[in-house]
Design a binder for this molecule. Structure first.
Ligand code: GFP
Ligand code: GFP
Length: 833
């Protein structure tokens, strides 16, 4: 408010307000200006990178004008805001998205052509913003797009990692990790050196009696690290609403250290200490579905949570409302347990800083938070050693103990004769060492807990969180099935398909109301439409084939059936099942006469995905895929009948090329392990069919598209426990076809027998936890059905169109409406200007 220009001078401001470019001429002017001034270059010195930079700056300027107005309106209207706290935002590229969302891509295309550039080349210059591991981070990015597109007042809060997810190189068939330093030039962020928060670590807690005779806790000493805000504008599609993603970067605080900690005069070590502060936001942890309990990770979490809550509370206080109104103004969603300390931090602010009574504070806290669970895998459930929390955040540990005490007291009242339940639900696990169970804390501190697909939400209620359903009743638990943004995953990734659909539906409205796709269903008998549909798929396959040739040197036939599995490499996702199936196919083809072979349907098996650097088995799976590829791709008997590719460094921008080019994609996790999956939705929305297990969102996709338009196989989630039990305690026989695959590997056909022996042993000798052998037969049989179905191209296209027509449910817009309604209680705030 103090920085506000006085009334008499505002006229001058209004006269001089910046106008957004409207025509390609105006756009060109902006580009040239940015080349000449922002970049200090000229027409004699403008390569594609520079043209990309200038184009991005021109669009950023546009977004910022809308961003300012959106923020001003949200502040002025003072309506409830949503804050999405996520340790990962896997945004991918921003330029294409920005151009499409503001409806200016054609304008830019014409302008760039005039200046001597092809728009595709310019778009291709951008480095992905890869601040995430996989599904969880990409979901957060889709949600931001939907929140802005639907005009919700919403902010994302995350960390500005200097290094995003590592870049994957494949060297001699092995994954090698290379740092992804992506911040050389990032035109999409605004550093806000004026928006900083001091975040405290370590120190000790002292209880003192205040003037009112109340005992209060004072957390003192330790060290301060400064959080600096970097803002990334998030443009909505076909709306001026532009929301904010605020990412925090860590910086050493000059002079506020606890100097007693240093030997006086020991300059070097104090500088080292400062550098340590800066490492907090340095690197994204590359683990998916595994918690490693590193101290720096906990520091990251608190740093981000403390800065974000400080900002949220500050913004709330601007409105001068009473504290009890906080949950009416603020909804905070915890994306997984990573931000769970926010619950404790808000309680701390309310009682220690603002002086509220515990009970009122706790009511405010639970009214504010919602928690989304993304996994039931036990190794992924976050726990922190009590000693570590005590050391790093001594006051928070006390509050956690108090939260737990009050919680357990109420449970004890509810179940007076059940001692066991107290042990099971306690926030503190009485293990050696004692651990803080973050999921329990998240449930206790939130008013709603949701899973991300129906099966998953049912599973959390009957397995890991069963006791909590008893305690709180079923209403605290809900489901919001994941979704994807059709703007990026259809309109941007598959422009021709998007245009075809728009031409048939009469407008692009379906991009904001995806249920309109159902109007395509009547066209399944329209010959021209089907022809064009098939041509687009083929063109997308040609585009991918070209990419494959450029990156791997392998020629693939675009008429072959493209079979794709791209996602993080994990035993539960079962890329090993896929590659064993590929080997089986290879052996079957080898055993055929040339005449028989001629009758087979040619296949291209495409893999991609990163393995966590410490996940040895996942790395062996990558190695086997590459080893099989180098044998099969060079086997003259086989030729085009089978090609096996591993695409290096799978990321969002590559997914945009791969998804539109699949005929079939594989979502084949052991039933009950994949919470939802979201790439399954991306593939089907682009006209590909799925081979999958009855797991995660596959089940709901089946319900929507119909059983005839999906290829399901394998055991059901409800059978998994018995099967595992039988493997361990009964006799465990391996599927005979799979046994042959193993023999072939062990013969050395694909090189290093030693490297692959652990993969085989996992199935044969170690209980086959992921049921690879149990599902192998039905997997192979189902692939035969896929081949058969693909022969009938006419029918296949009908399936493809029908499936797309029925995908409306899987828009992330639908998710956002469900969260807004059932969890956040927040309304859109459209801009009318
Ligand atoms: C936000 C934006 C500011 C903008 C104000 C008011 O501030 O740039 O001026 O809204 O429109 F960041 P806070 O809500 O963060 O205070
Ligand atoms: C996790 C789950 C997925 C789910 C996403 C988003 O993904 O099943 O679709 O979260 O909810 F495992 P990853 O982050 O593990 O890829």
């Amino acid at each position: 408010v103090e920085a506000s220009i006085p009334e008499p001078q505002r006229e001058a401001w209004k006269r001089n307000q910046t106008a957004a470019f409207k025509s390609s001429d105006e756009f060109e002017k902006e580009v040239v200006r940015h080349v000449e001034t922002s970049l200090a270059r000229s027409m004699f010195n403008c390569d594609e990178k520079a043209a990309y930079s200038a184009t991005s700056l021109a669009f950023r300027d546009r977004l910022v004008l809308d961003w300012n107005k959106t923020q001003q309106r949200q502040t002025y209207r003072d309506s409830k805001r949503v804050y999405y706290l996520s340790l990962e935002f896997l945004m991918g590229r921003a330029l294409d998205n920005a151009m499409l969302n503001v409806g200016m891509k054609d304008t830019a295309k014409a302008g760039l052509a005039d200046l001597g550039f092809r728009i595709e080349d310019i778009i291709g210059q951008e480095h992905d913003a890869a601040l995430g591991n996989g599904g969880l981070g990409r979901l957060a990015a889709c949600f931001l797009d939907s929140l802005a597109s639907l005009d919700f007042p919403a902010w994302g809060y995350g960390l500005r990692y200097r290094y995003g997810i590592f870049k994957q190189e494949i060297i001699d068939g092995y994954q090698v990790e290379v740092p992804d330093y992506w911040l050389d030039f990032n035109p999409w962020e605004f550093p806000r050196h004026d928006v900083t928060v001091d975040v405290q670590f370590f120190g000790s807690v002292k209880k003192v009696t205040n003037e009112e005779g109340k005992s209060v806790a004072i957390w003192e000493g330790g060290e301060i690290v400064v959080a600096v805000a970097y803002d990334v504008p998030i443009p909505g599609y076909d709306t001026p609403t532009t929301n904010n993603l605020r990412l925090w970067s860590s910086k050493a605080s000059g002079g506020e250290f606890d100097f007693q900690k240093f030997n006086s005069g020991d300059y070097e070590s104090s500088v080292a200490e400062q550098q340590r502060a800066e490492t907090i936001s340095n690197v994204l942890y590359p683990n998916d579905n595994l918690e490693r309990g590193k101290e720096l990770r906990l520091k990251q979490q608190y740093f981000w949570v403390a800065a974000s809550l400080y900002d949220i509370v500050r913004r709330f206080k601007k409105s001068k409302r009473a504290w009890r109104e906080f949950p009416e103004q603020v909804a905070i969603q915890l994306n997984d347990t990573h931000p769970t300390l926010a619950i404790v931090e808000l309680q701390r602010i309310l009682i220690d800083v603002e002086g509220l009574e515990w009970d009122l504070a706790w009511e405010i806290v639970t009214g504010t938070f919602g928690y989304t669970n993304h996994t039931v895998l036990p190794e992924a459930l976050e726990k922190w050693p009590v000693g570590l929390v005590q050391h790093l955040l001594p006051r928070h540990l006390q509050i956690i103990y108090d939260i737990n005490l009050f919680f357990l007291q109420s449970v004890e009242k509810q179940f007076p004769d059940d001692r066991e339940i107290l042990t099971r639900v306690s926030i503190i696990e009485e293990s050696q060492p004692k651990m803080v169970r973050m999921a329990h804390l998240a449930i206790v501190g939130s008013h709603k807990v949701n899973g991300v697909a129906e099966l998953h939400s049912d599973l959390i209620k009957t397995t890991i969180f069963k006791d909590f359903v008893e305690i709180y009743g079923p209403d605290r638990f809900t489901n919001v099935t994941n979704g994807i943004t059709p703007r990026r995953w259809l309109h941007q990734a598959n422009p021709r398909l998007s245009e075809l659909i728009a031409s048939k539906l009469g407008s692009h409205e379906f991009l904001k109301d995806l249920s309109q796709l159902n109007k395509l269903e009547v066209l399944v008998q329209d010959k021209d439409f089907k022809k064009e549909w098939a041509e687009i798929k083929f063109a997308n396959k040609v585009r991918l084939a070209k990419y494959i040739k450029e990156t791997t040197g392998v020629n693939v036939n675009p008429s072959a059936l493209f079979d794709v599995q791209v996602k993080r490499i994990h035993e539960y996702k079962r890329q090993q099942l896929n590659i064993f199936g590929v080997i089986h196919r290879y052996l079957t083809l080898k055993a055929m006469t040339p005449a028989e072979r001629k009758k087979q349907m040619p296949r291209v098996s495409i893999f991609g995905g990163k393995a966590a650097p410490g996940y040895w088995m996942a790395k062996q799976i990558i190695h086997l895929i590459n080893a099989v590829g180098s044998v099969v791709n060079n086997d003259e008997d086989i030729g085009d009948l089978l090609k096996v590719l591993f695409l290096e460094d799978y990321n969002v921008s590559k997914a945009e090329i791969i998804c539109p080019a699949s005929d079939i994609s594989e979502h084949i996790s052991t039933a009950g392990t994949e919470a939802s999956g979201t790439s399954n939705m991306k593939f089907v929305l682009n006209g590909g069919l799925i081979i999958g297990t009855c797991d995660g969102a596959n089940i709901e996709i089946t319900r929507e598209v119909g059983e005839n338009n999906i290829f399901l196989f394998g055991n059901l989630a409800e059978d998994v426990e018995d099967l595992r039990h039988a493997h361990t305690y009964g006799s465990h026989t391996i599927d005979p076809d799979l046994a042959k695959v193993f023999e072939e590997i062990q013969k050395g056909t694909f090189g290093s027998v030693h490297d692959f022996s652990a993969m085989i042993a996992a199935v044969k000798d170690h209980g086959d936890y992921y049921l690879v052998s149990d599902d192998f037969h039905s997997y192979i049989e189902t692939h035969k059905l896929v081949d058969e179905a693909y022969r009938n191209q006419e029918e296949w296209v009908v399936k493809s169109i029908t499936a797309v027509a029925r995908m409306g449910f899987f828009s992330s817009d639908r998710c956002i409406y469900e969260y807004a309604d059932g969890i956040w209680n927040v309304e859109p705030l459209p801009r009318r200007d």
